[in-house]
Design a protein around this ligand. Structure first.
Ligand SMILES: [Ca+2]
Ligand SMILES: [Ca+2]
Length: 399
């Protein structure tokens, strides 16, 4: 993760110079802040990758020629009858299973010797289609049924084309048993970092027939808090006010499966802070703006924790001389309020002999101080040469 790096130069304002060995010592003041622009770009990057649901097994459709080729029953007697050839030869009950291909084939024998057209009367189980053959004594129903249940349908053979003329009807009972494949998750919902103004789509992909989804709040397996109306393979979440967990239960007639827990962690960034700060005047929210004219860009105000809408002064940063020691003090501010979820503010004190050069070194005892609203005081013996001090302030993801 990149880090936003605002650096405060402890420099003497002209009205408070401390004379020491004939030279001016630097004095703290928030009016002179240096921002390391190079690093002050997107410091939170989150990635989410979703894979589309895999395409479902396509239904195999037979051609009339295929069915005719199966014609197993020849005319035996003069009596007209429609008989099941497959899958359960001779029976008026058709066994089927949810999620499995059914090829029901039936044939008319006796008079009329040839059926010109066929019809199916009644509602076919979802997933099944009437083959609707013409000029054939065999016809069929094919497809992958999805709903278990018992379905009574009539098949009718017509002597004439387009369902005309003499006809004969036979009732079949299609019994669709529950499928043997419980749902299986092919892509789990991801754990994602989002800012407090973002929305995100949680997605799950699963194989299996007739899947039903229910999303829940909490850890996987905890069904105590179902999300209302969350019964699709995806769920839009956000904006969140605190970190959250979601999971989904996927069910079909053969069983159910629980997804992993998707952990949503709020990590704010400049934009989520600025959107809230400038909700009523979004034209002012650019990082480099200084609409309150205190010399601090919005981005810098964000990092150091000051208001971008009010002239910011810094009464808490001080420098003084005590018994040949230089005393610095500042307040290490805690991250607080909108735009700082998941972030901590880190301070380091640096010194240099020449502020014009990039030659800052961090004082070892004052490196990476986590802001917790504590006062930090640093005592350094006066040296004979000029020294500069600065405060380096960073926002970063909480460790
Ligand atoms: Ca400002
Ligand atoms: Ca300000």
């Amino acid at each position: 993760m990149e880090v936003v790096d605002a650096t405060e130069n402890m420099k003497l304002p002209y009205y408070k110079k401390i004379k020491h060995y004939g030279k001016y010592l630097p004095k703290a003041g928030i009016t002179s802040l240096i921002l390391n622009k190079g690093a002050a770009t997107h410091f939170v990057v989150y990635e989410s990758q979703f894979v589309a649901a895999s395409t479902f097994t396509s239904v195999v459709k037979w051609t009339a020629a295929t069915v005719a080729g199966l014609g197993a029953y020849d005319s035996v007697s003069g009596a007209t009858q429609i008989t099941q050839i497959a899958p359960s030869s001779g029976s008026s009950t058709v066994p089927a299973k949810a999620g499995e291909l059914l090829n029901l084939v039936y044939q008319i024998t006796g008079a009329p010797h040839r059926a010109r057209s066929w019809a199916v009367i009644g509602e076919l189980p979802e997933g099944l289609n009437h083959l609707n053959s013409t000029n054939s004594n065999t016809d069929g129903i094919t497809g992958i049924p999805s709903e278990p249940g018992t379905y009574n349908i009539k098949v009718r053979a017509y002597k004439g084309s387009n369902n005309s003329g003499y006809n004969y009807t036979k009732t079949f009972t299609i019994e669709v048993a529950p499928g043997s494949s419980p749902p299986s998750i092919t892509n789990q919902p991801q754990s994602i970092k989002i800012s407090s103004v973002d929305k995100v789509n949680l997605k799950v992909s699963a194989s299996g027939n007739n899947l039903q989804y229910q999303w829940f709040n909490g850890e996987s397996g905890d069904t105590s808090i179902p999300v209302p109306s969350a019964t699709n393979s995806s769920l839009e979440v956000g904006p969140l006010s605190s970190d959250a967990k979601y999971w989904v239960k996927i069910t079909n007639a053969s069983g159910s499966v629980n997804s992993n827990t998707s952990k949503l962690k709020i990590i704010d960034n400049y934009n989520s802070w600025a959107e809230k700060q400038f909700a009523s005047n979004p034209e002012l929210m650019a990082r480099e703006n200084d609409s309150d004219e205190d010399g601090l860009t919005n981005e810098l105000e964000y990092v150091i924790g000051s208001s971008p809408k009010k002239h910011s002064i810094d009464p808490e940063t001080n420098i003084s001389l005590e018994n040949s020691n230089l005393i610095f003090s500042f307040k290490a501010k805690k991250t607080d309020g909108d735009g700082y979820s998941g972030l901590e503010r880190i301070y380091s004190v640096q010194e240099s002999n020449d502020a014009t050069q990039d030659s800052w070194t961090t004082l070892s005892s004052y490196s990476e101080i986590t802001g917790n609203d504590q006062d930090v005081t640093i005592s350094r013996p006066l040296s004979s040469s000029k020294k500069y001090y600065r405060l380096k302030v960073q926002l970063r993801e909480k460790s």
